[in-house]
Design a protein around this ligand. Sequence first.
Ligand code: BES
Ligand code: ZN
Length: 559
Amino acid sequence: MDIHSWSQPELVRVRHLELDLDVRFDRKILEGSVTLHFDPTTEPQLVLDTRDLEIHSVENAAGFELGARDPILGSPLRIRLSPGAGWVRVRYSTTPAATGLQWLDPPQTAGKRYPFLYSQSQAIHARSWIPLQDSPGVRITFEGRVRVPSGLHAVMAAERAGEHFRMQHPVPSYLIALAAGDLEFRPLGERSGVFAEPALLDAAAREFADTEAMMRAVEEMYGPYRWGRYDLLVLPPSFPFGGMENPCLTFATPTILAGDKSLVSLVAHELAHSWSGNLVTNATWSDFWLNEGFTVYLERRIIEKVYGPAREQMEASLGRRELDREMASLPEADRVLHLNLEARDPDDGCTLVPYEKGALLLRTIEREVGRERFDAFLRSYFDHFAFQSITTADFLDYLRRELPTAIPLEDWIFKPGVPPDAADPHSGAFALVEAAATRWRQGHAIETGHWTTQEWLHFLRVQENPEMARLDRDFHFSQTGNSEILHQWLLMSVRAQYEPAYPALEHFLCTVGRRKFLKPIYTELMKTSEGRERARRIYRHARAGYHHIAQATIDALTA
Ligand code: BES
Ligand code: ZN
């Protein structure tokens, strides 16, 4: 039972979709049809999820009715079925209000000459651009035809088959994805490549050069990559996430193009979802930690294999600290792994808890049973539940049967906070950074020439009452081209009211739409009256460039 869907898949279950869409940049709408196939049934009706769609007609049905709009769930589309029917076709168009689509004007792109469109369906935004059973417990195969104005290219997260796209594995609706713009392709290896605007293609190909090595690393541990190709698509900077694991085609923010591969754990993460998430999927949004906790665990294993243990230890250690920091600001109910999302938008459950606390649970199990046994367990878990959507209870049953331990699983999953006997990531490199930070505070010069992004982040995060001007003079943080370091620096600048960084702050907020960056900065600004004024003034300019999802978050913060 999924409280975030109107559909009743236990009565009629859609198995396959045929999408046929025109991309109308002139009106910022998609227009066309979707044909939904299901097992022939004598049920009187099929219920689909929709939000802000215009339904023109339904073919091969005895009628339809669009129900009242719920602010979170949207409107149920109730289709009266003819007895024995096995398909219906809905003709529809989207509206510019579709929360699952962002339509960008040319100035918001790298090339500045062509418009851009991309979809973001997770968690429950697919219904704003396709009428369907929008629940992660319902898996479908699909085919898509997408028409775009000449000169532009459309891609879908699926296999390309001549003029159209096709997904032959059953996937949940939140993984259906589409993008269109001035896109070019560059191969990275046999099975992988990158799509980007021409201006970004070289940088993207250099940054993602280790993608094949990452694929081999996961395959050695957890079994074959089952999706054929693995490509990446670099989106404009307004993309509200770091990455999105759309099958065969990860969508990624350009803010990870650091020039030195230092932020590619995001690629490892989205690639890992090809096992945890896309192959074995959370059945409801309360089980989201099954997707993200497993994926962070796998991500770290990939990083360890491809870039070595020191890098992995630093990233795990950063994650552990950020988890504590975020948890301190969350209500107790949001510090548990299995979330109660009653009357809430599932996007609200997206904190570090499912990610980092989830990964920490798996790390703790690994410590208890040993890596070899845990890897064997994970591999069998992915095989056992392949192409299925499962609940937390399904996982617990399987774990208790296959790998009994003394770990207090109920506490981990249903109680707030991190249990006392949790694994404790440690980084030797960070101990050296802390020592260097102390020496620097005492007025000494320090040797930082070999520091990586992770070490710089840690250096900044351990500063108490930071001497902002001296930090900037010695290390030039206001000029860094690394988005993670810049974000950390700007956040500290707001806290310390360090005015020389304000032009960079304003520029950052007006060009980057990644919610993970925006939310902490706006939250910090809202803590003082001067900051509130600055936040609201900047947001007035910046808002139109943000995605609906980021707008909703920042609207609530700055209200
Ligand atoms: N699937 C998520 C993004 C997401 C989560 C979108 C919930 C909508 C609702 C993706 O895999 C993810 O976790 N992205 C992270 C990056 C990661 C390295 C932690 C992000 O966007 O920051
Ligand atoms: Zn993820």
